[in-house]
Design a protein around this ligand. Structure first.
Ligand code: PMP
Length: 394
């Protein structure tokens, strides 16, 4: 082991932030601990002091999430278990027999599998708009594919495989022009890129708490800025009007049946405050610097094939590549076993994109760069990769 990297070898280098961010800020850990030890009450259920304090924590979290995405009404913010539940809930709640949906070829299975299931079970139709070779959608292609019965445009903001960012403002404009619902999956961008519900013309935003929002897993939600009818995807207790056999129509209660994930929301309460105090612009700039550095270093190695764009302005920190003649899965295991470097290999729940890239059988190696990733960690990763090439190619 090269002496320069001994500390990183001992500590391990986590390059899987596109899957989930790690470590979380200290304030997140403290907030969770404080809630469990000193509060423990359910929200919207009790009238005693601790319960009211818990209510306030939930309210404040909604308010701060609204600030982060520029949406003024806290009650439009719904908590779910993550972006998968959020996307499923909305698509299942609005799509009916005969509806048409436009989506992209770089979607995560959270969108794709849900749509395919609804195509099978409810007879909806799907148009999958292709992206350029770099992984970016031409918004004109969306407009060209609008039909009389197009009900929904659903896109991810950035790919979890190659990090490319979609032109959401233009997509949103088209959706508004034709009065079609625009649902955005921000799994890879919330807390990483500035997002503005109003300026970006987003009708419904789905977010997850455990990636760029730096909160715990099992958290996430929706921001609903749309008046159309959405059927709730679960029924149960909401803490009020309990004699009514049906779910209330008001938000957020309509979509929040059951005891809330209070431990998770305690973590999110701290992480959203942390993001607002730090500033998403700053986080974005820090990450872009490391992404650019990584692309440069990686691109200079012979035998490495990088997918997607090499324009840092058009991507977030998910970088996929293959190594000529070396199995991606084996390379990933080798990096962990030999150098304690954690990357993700496979097809990353995005089968169509991998088919287009020709990597559906072999998968790619994906590094996920986060706010805590340093250039030194990238140097170490590049060093290990060169060792891998020497060892396996000779
Ligand atoms: N969409 C995208 C683009 C993602 O990257 C992910 C997580 N890999 C999801 C949806 C699903 O997120 P979660 O598992 O947090 O619900």
């Amino acid at each position: 082991m090269c002496e320069q990297f001994e500390t990183l070898f001992k500590k391990g280098v986590y390059l899987d932030h596109a899957a989930t961010s790690f470590p979380k800020p200290d304030c997140v850990v403290q907030s969770i601990n404080n809630y469990i030890v000193n509060n423990g009450a359910s929200s919207s259920r009790g009238g005693y002091g601790r319960a009211i304090k818990a209510d306030y924590m939930v309210y404040e979290t909604r308010k701060w999430i609204g600030e982060l995405f520029n949406h003024k009404k806290p009650s439009d913010i719904i908590f779910t278990s993550g972006v998968t539940e959020s996307l499923n809930g909305i698509m299942r709640g609005i799509l009916k027999d005969g509806d048409h949906v436009i989506t992209s070829s770089i979607e995560h299975n959270a969108v794709w599998r849900c749509l395919k299931t609804l195509e099978r079970d409810r007879n909806i139709s799907i148009t999958t708009v292709k992206t350029t070779k770099e992984g970016i959608t031409n918004h004109k292609d969306i407009e060209d594919n609008i039909q009389r019965n197009t009900k929904l445009i659903v896109f991810n903001h950035a790919s979890n495989v190659i990090g490319t960012i979609q032109p959401i403002r233009e997509i949103g404009k088209i959706a508004r022009k034709y009065s079609i619902l625009f649902l955005l999956d921000t799994a890879q961008t919330a807390g990483i890129l500035p997002i503005d519900m109003e300026a970006d013309n987003i009708d419904i935003l789905a977010f997850t708490g455990h990636k760029g929002l730096l909160g715990p897993s099992g958290t996430g939600g929706l921001i609903i800025n749309w008046d159309g009818d959405i059927e709730e995807w679960k029924s149960g207790g909401t803490g009020g009007n309990s004699a009514d056999p049906f779910m209330p129509e008001i938000l957020p209660n309509k979509f929040e049946a059951g005891t809330m994930n209070m431990v998770g929301i305690a973590g999110l309460h701290a992480s959203i405050r942390y993001l607002l105090d730090t500033g998403v612009d700053k986080i974005c700039a820090v990450e872009k610097e490391v992404i650019g550095y990584t692309l440069e270093q990686l691109g200079a190695i012979n035998g490495i094939q990088i997918f997607g764009t090499n324009n840092v302005d058009l991507m977030v920190g998910a970088i996929s590549f293959t190594i000529d003649g070396i199995d991606s899965g084996k390379a990933g295991s080798w990096l962990d076993k030999r150098y304690h470097i954690m990357v993700r290999t496979g097809i990353h729940c995005a089968p169509i994109l991998h088919k287009i890239m020709g990597t559906d059988k072999t998968g790619t190696i994906r590094i996920g760069i986060g706010y805590s990733t340093t250039k030194e960690e990238i140097d170490y990763f590049i060093y290990a990769l060169k060792e891998l090439l020497k060892e396996q190619l000779n």
